[in-house]
Design a protein around this ligand. Structure first.
Ligand SMILES: Nc1ncnc2c1ncn2[C@@H]1O[C@H](COP(=O)(O)OP(=O)(O)OP(=O)(O)O)[C@@H](O)[C@H]1O
Ligand SMILES: [Mg+2]
Length: 584
């Protein structure tokens, strides 16, 4: 129960409701005891009549009639309180599920990018849905049945002992066996259902990938291979499900067998006592009802134990992530960036997982309004430079200064609020184009959105859609071309009107004329911004105030376009190559 301790704060939060739940459970149980008592009484009364025949039939009839009325009323009251019990306790488990999901999600949001690179999305999703679901079972059914069982036991058993102690011992004898059996069975069921869950998640990953990658599958004509793989997976899934069904099939027969055995014992021992004259017929009848009343709660002890074990395992997985501390911590300077000068001082950075040194002793300085072009082969470390500025990763050596202040000292949100970042693989949400652009500035007016779209040369495309800016993107909406996605992401960065703009190869999918138009617009708007443009194309960077060429994390060339084309280096060769391509 070590891991589940973490959740005690939620038990405390909902203590009033839970206590209320306990109270009504006890009331419901007390009322459910009326029926056996009165059925017993009725039988005794009938026996009395048969044996003596002195009591007039009308008196017996009247007694039986009132017994029936009380039994029905008690059943209604008990049913109502049982309903309230479920309403209270199961609802609490839903509240806690809600709180816990939000807590985990908020924590996820705080964790650094490297956490996301090291953990699979499916795993993150599973912990917030499946595992939280298992933990909810602990708060809901587990707590509810425990309270139910304990209160029923205390009330019923103490009552049974008071009227027939010996018979009580015999009645309860088979119950522990029942409980242990159910526990063992539930455990086996859990193991097999975990296997089913695992294969199910493989199956859904496979299905999802084959739908997303349908274009590749079709163009490579590998449908038959995909079909075969799918068949293998579904076969496995079928096998695991059959395994599960086999063991589940044991559940009810075993329960019925053990209940039957308990009944048999009561009838046998109680019957003997009745023949001896030491027991009334009504008490015997009462006890048979009690046995049946107690079997289900006893069975739930086994079941609840296995629920708690599962919840413990799930909470451990959740706690593992909750314990994860964000690697990137916020600084204390709450002010946002004032000017936007950037300086890299001997910056080095190595990716821990791959040991790849993506930045080696990088130095450069950018004044307000200046533009830096970054060129280099793929995998040379260009994106890393931008990631370091927005503190998606922290430098290992050296420092990055913005307005002369080390970036670690800024409050993280304040720092990022003045950075407009267009990633290499931009991501648009399945919402309208308008809200995707508005992401950069939540209170932007429609005119501002239009202006940003115009600057990033995408307004024409948007206006051609039937719904214009209200067009929904993504799976249920319009699919955009690569170049359109890039330009909407640029609009998202521009609308923010930040001091620093980071463009990561985000003009790669647009044609030469559009590129020129966007760059021209940028020049106008970025007079008061510091801009970094990563590109594979000379045309994107040639107007920059300074260009650096990166190779294996190091700056190998540095200067303006006209400087660099005079040297016999990477830049010049790229320039000549792209120039001849253009003229061909
Ligand atoms: N999250 C990561 N974990 C480990 N290694 C990484 C990670 N991201 C990048 N790398 C490695 O760091 C090096 C630099 O990567 P980076 O993305 O900065 O290159 P790039 O110059 O932007 O390349 P491209 O032009 O293809 O975008 C590469 O060798 C890459 O394999
Ligand atoms: Mg890159």
């Amino acid at each position: 129960m070590k891991e589940l301790k973490y959740l005690n704060k939620y038990l405390y939060k909902y203590r009033v409701r839970l206590l209320f739940g306990v109270l009504i459970t006890i009331i419901a149980r007390i009322f459910s005891l009326f029926a056996p008592r009165l059925i017993g009484n009725s039988l005794t009364a009938v026996e009395r009549f048969i044996k003596s025949e002195t009591t007039p039939i009308e008196v017996i009839k009247e007694e039986l009639f009132w017994n029936i009325v009380i039994i029905i009323s008690a059943a209604i009251v008990s049913g109502f309180f049982t309903f309230l019990m479920r309403q209270t306790i199961i609802n609490v488990s839903r509240y806690i599920e809600f709180d816990l999901k939000n807590e985990i999600f908020e924590h996820y949001q705080k964790l650094s990018l490297s956490f996301y690179k090291n953990n699979r999305t499916g795993d993150l999703m599973n912990r917030i849905s499946e595992d939280v679901g298992k933990v909810r079972m602990y708060f809901g059914p587990a707590i509810m049945y425990s309270i139910n069982t304990v209160s029923l036991f205390v009330i019923v058993i103490s009552y049974m002992v008071s009227i027939a102690p010996v018979l009580t011992v015999y009645t309860l004898l088979p119950l522990p066996i029942l409980s242990v059996t159910i526990y063992k069975l539930s455990k086996a069921i859990n193991i097999r259902s975990t296997a089913v869950q695992e294969i199910l998640s493989d199956l859904s990953t496979f299905t999802q990938e084959s739908f997303s990658g349908i274009a590749v599958i079709k163009s490579y004509a590998i449908q038959s291979k995909v079909n075969k793989d799918f068949k293998e997976l579904t076969y496995l899934s079928k096998e695991k499900n059959v395994d599960l069904a086999k063991i589940q099939a044991w559940f009810f027969p075993l329960m019925v067998l053990l209940i039957g055995f308990s009944n048999l014992l009561v009838i046998f021992i109680g019957g003997k006592q009745y023949i001896d004259g030491s027991l009334e017929i009504g008490v015997l009848a009462e006890f048979i009802i009690y046995v049946n009343m107690l079997t289900w709660p006893v069975a739930t002890v086994g079941w609840v134990t296995s629920i708690i074990q599962q919840a413990e395992a799930s909470q451990k997985r959740i706690n593992d992530f909750l314990k994860e501390v964000p690697k990137i911590t916020s600084g204390t300077i709450d002010e946002t960036i004032k000017i936007g000068t950037i300086e890299f001082k001997n910056v080095s950075f190595t990716f821990k997982e791959t040991k790849i040194q993506a930045a080696k002793n990088i130095n450069f300085k950018l004044k307000l309004g200046e533009t830096l072009g970054i060129i280099g082969k793929t995998g040379s470390g260009k994106s890393t430079i931008l990631d370091l500025i927005s503190r998606l990763y922290d430098v290992d050596e050296g420092e990055i200064l913005i307005d002369g202040i080390p970036i670690q000292n800024y409050n993280l949100a304040a720092l990022r609020s003045e950075i407009g970042y267009v990633p290499q693989n931009p991501f648009l949400f399945s919402e309208t184009i308008e809200s995707n652009i508005r992401f950069g500035k939540s209170d932007a007016s429609f005119e501002e959105i239009e202006a940003a779209a115009k600057s990033s040369a995408v307004s024409g495309n948007i206006e051609r859609f039937n719904e214009g800016y209200k067009t929904i993107l993504g799976e249920r909406g319009v699919t955009l071309s690569g170049g359109q996605i890039q330009r909407i992401s640029i609009a998202r960065a521009l609308i923010k009107d930040p001091k620093i703009l980071l463009f990561d190869d985000c003009l790669s999918a647009v044609d030469a004329d559009t590129e020129e138009e966007i760059l021209k617009n940028l020049n106008v708007s970025s007079k008061e911004k510091t801009t970094l443009i990563v590109s594979h194309r000379i045309t994107s960077v040639k107007e920059a105030d300074c260009i650096i060429v990166i190779e294996q994390g190091e700056i190998i060339e540095q200067g303006t376009h006209s400087d660099l084309i005079k040297e016999d280096g990477f830049y010049n060769r790229l320039y000549l190559k792209q120039n001849t391509e253009k003229n061909q």
